[in-house]
Write a protein that binds this ligand. Structure first.
Ligand SMILES: Nc1ncnc2c1ncn2[C@@H]1O[C@H](COP(=O)(O)OP(=O)(O)OP(=O)(O)O)[C@@H](O)[C@H]1O
Length: 687
């Protein structure tokens, strides 16, 4: 675990899962207690106020193992008819009551109620409410799957995806994006429900109108990245074509869009998608990973120089500033909030002075200069200007807006607002030099904000209601459920060596693969790959050593793994879905590419003792990463900490309608087996 001090009383922690988490020391300890993160899934996305809006796409059915996203949306009409009938009866009752009250036979819908000709849609998971399911106590992290409330004020159920494109056509899309999509997804790609909704709502936002806020919420592997990247890139392209001049800036990098993600791996993947999509339309995408941004050694900047520069940014770029000569024409910047902050404020912005009598933590000292407390002066030249940012995407928003992380994310959003001339009011809490949460009132950012995630925890839903009341919420009906193409399996520990049980199950996967060679209509040349999630790094290392000893070559990835420090996703080679484009997107890696192992005999199956077929990791790689369909099995060998974590881990397989299986290990007999049964119940409810 590493520490990164951000302010006098706050420090960011790089946890075992590799994600940043912050905690507050001494003065803020009490406050952080009050903000203890909750991991329950939200029961509804229904906005609390009528200014917000929820639109749910109809169910889309994939054939198991069939081609992804090819089937038309299918609507289950029976419950829809029933609900419509009930509503009609209710309305009639209302009219009769009104007639009696005022003696007139007119009826008007409630304020904000949307009477749409589209039939109302009842989510299929409503039926599950009748499951014989033991509701959990407040202290328990696991819980029943939520139901989106589909009645009331501002909800519009798009059972027929009214007004949402059913194809990637040009128009509404620019031809360059359509050709890139064909290149990526095949000759006749169809949008997924969340992509249809995003094209309906996000394409061609009129910047002169108002700045909008969107939430894209849909299950793992349902194509959220393309859902927000397409509108983002198209809108930026239109801005470029409109000849709207870029605002002057003193900084070399002046993007129009910023995409934030919780890990470097995910940032690089998203930058790859964006580069591929924008190849024909010639937009410039930069990934703020270590390999391609300044390492901060260029020139140290003094505190006073930095203060002057920050003042100029915060003033929204007055007439005194000019575009620097070495301006880099970047359109979209993708990175972690911490890295983008470094580019904005200069590396070392989060250093702090030691307090009087404070002892240094020797462990954090050993981890290098960045992670030590140090003199509070700016260390490197800021390189990022924010004046032109019109789109900000917060991917995995439940992580980046989690109470533990939101300080850095929201400080960055506030910096963008300030740079664009509309400062967001921030309260400074006692004992902290960093601006923190604003008071409980609506936040209006002077840019389009897109939040996206496959899981919306209760706390996030409350936060969105309080601070983003006019948020447009676009959701898929399978939100908070496992992808349909993912099967579940439970394996009981034998009571002996757990690592041996895992090895046995891995070998069973390959034995099944070998058997399928004879029956498969298509030639099978490689054994499937297995992704194993553990809760702790030491467990990863232990299991990796065991499997290596047994002749199973594997990749073990923990947050501190040396391979992660390279600035490329090379450490995930062979496990990630490769970018398909023939017009390959430029790689951010400077390292030579090692070709995948090829087999001289095409009839021979790949060899797991020569080529890694197993990857072992923690929740570090559970978020957003688009693993290759050859990963047909995800093993969950430790009890997941909560269902949110489970959904993300399991969702690394069964993506985009591809077949997958999540294998959950647990105790099935004897003492402690109740817990296993409970997990089974809860997982079953997510299916
Ligand atoms: N319309 C489509 N048709 C076919 N495949 C698609 C389509 N849209 C996206 N995909 C593919 O689906 C896969 C998953 O997409 P993506 O990573 O965007 O999912 P996601 O919803 O962001 O998942 P997660 O919640 O895990 O981050 C990608 O390989 C992508 O290329």
């Amino acid at each position: 675990m590493a520490f990164l001090f951000t302010s006098r009383n706050t420090c960011l922690r790089i946890g075992n899962n590799g994600l940043l988490a912050s905690f507050h020391s001494s003065a803020n300890a009490q406050r952080s207690q009050a903000f203890k993160p909750k991991s329950r899934l939200a029961k509804t996305l229904e906005p609390a106020q009528s200014r917000g809006r929820l639109e749910v796409a109809p169910t889309q059915r994939f054939e198991r193992g069939g081609p992804p996203h090819r089937n038309e949306a299918v609507v289950d009409w029976e419950p829809i008819r029933k609900e419509r009938h009930e509503r009609r009866l209710q309305r009639r009752e209302k009219v009769v009551r009104k007639e009696k009250d005022v003696g007139r036979a007119t009826w008007a819908p409630d304020v904000g109620e949307k009477i749409d000709s589209a039939p109302e849609h009842t989510p299929t998971w409503r039926k599950r409410d009748n499951l014989n399911f033991d509701a959990t106590s407040e202290s328990d992290e696991f819980h029943k799957p939520p139901a989106l409330v589909t009645t009331g004020g501002s909800t519009e159920i798009a059972a027929t995806l009214k007004g949402a494109p059913g194809r990637f056509n040009s128009p509404p899309l620019r031809p360059g994006f359509v050709s890139a999509l064909k290149d990526m997804l095949g000759p006749d790609p169809r949008p997924t429900p969340i992509q249809s909704l995003s094209m309906k709502w996000l394409l061609d936002e009129n910047p002169a109108f108002e700045w909008n806020q969107f939430l894209l919420a849909s299950e793992t592997g349902s194509g959220k990245s393309i859902a927000y990247l397409l509108p983002l890139l198209q809108n930026i392209k239109h801005l470029e074509q409109s000849d709207a001049p870029r605002k002057p800036s003193t900084r070399p990098l002046n993007p129009r869009g910023i995409v934030l993600a919780p890990t470097h791996e995910l940032s690089r993947q998203l930058a790859g998608f964006a580069k591929q999509l924008s190849h024909d339309e010639k937009l410039r995408v930069l990934c703020a990973s270590r390999a391609n941004t300044s390492n901060g050694k260029a020139r140290d900047v003094s505190a006073s120089e930095m203060a002057a520069q920050m003042e100029s940014i915060m003033s929204g770029g007055n007439g005194e500033v000019s575009i620097s000569k070495d301006s880099h024409p970047v359109d979209v910047l993708v990175g972690t909030p911490m890295k983008v902050m470094e580019m904005l404020r200069g590396r070392g912005w989060d250093r702090r002075e030691l307090e009087e009598g404070e002892q240094l933590d020797p462990k954090s000292l050993r981890r290098g200069r960045d992670k030590m407390p140090g003199p509070a002066r700016w260390r490197s030249k800021p390189e990022l200007g924010l004046e032109n940012v019109e789109w900000v995407v917060v991917d995995e928003a439940d992580v980046l807006l989690d109470p533990d992380f939101q300080e850095v994310t929201r400080t960055l959003l506030a910096d963008i607002s300030a740079a664009r001339g509309q400062p967001v009011e921030l309260e400074t809490f006692p004992g902290s030099s960093t601006p923190q949460l604003p008071g409980s009132k609506e936040i209006e950012y002077p840019f389009h904000l897109v939040l996206t995630s496959a899981t919306i925890p209760t706390e996030m839903a409350k936060y969105l209601d309080a601070y983003h009341p006019r948020l447009i919420r676009l959701a898929s009906p399978r939100l908070h459920h496992l992808p349909k193409s993912l099967q579940t399996e439970y394996v009981g520990w034998t009571g002996g060596n757990k690592n041996a049980d895992i090895e046995k199950r891995i070998r069973k996967v390959w034995a099944e693969d070998a058997l399928s060679v004879a029956t498969s209509p298509t030639p099978v040349t490689s054994l499937s790959k297995v992704l194993i999630f553990c809760n702790k790094s030491n467990k990863v290392i232990d299991l990796s050593a065991f499997l290596s000893e047994k002749g199973i070559k594997n990749v073990a990835l923990t947050s501190n793994a040396e391979d992660r420090k390279r600035g490329s996703n090379k450490h995930l080679d062979g496990f990630m879905r490769p970018l398909k484009s023939s017009k390959s997107a430029p790689s951010e890696s400077t390292e030579p590419h090692t070709p995948a192992v090829t087999h001289s005999n095409p009839n021979m199956l790949s060899d797991p003792s020569q080529e890694p077929h197993v990857m072992i990791t923690t929740s570090l790689l559970s978020r957003g990463l688009d693993f290759d369909p050859s990963i047909k099995h995800v093993f969950i060998v430790d009890e997941p900490r909560n269902m949110i974590d489970f959904l993300h881990r399991a969702g690394r397989s069964g993506r985009a309608g591809q077949a997958g299986r999540v294998v959950i290990f647990g105790k099935t007999k004897g003492r402690g087996s109740e817990r296993g049964r409970e997990v089974k119940e809860r997982v079953r409810a997510l299916v």
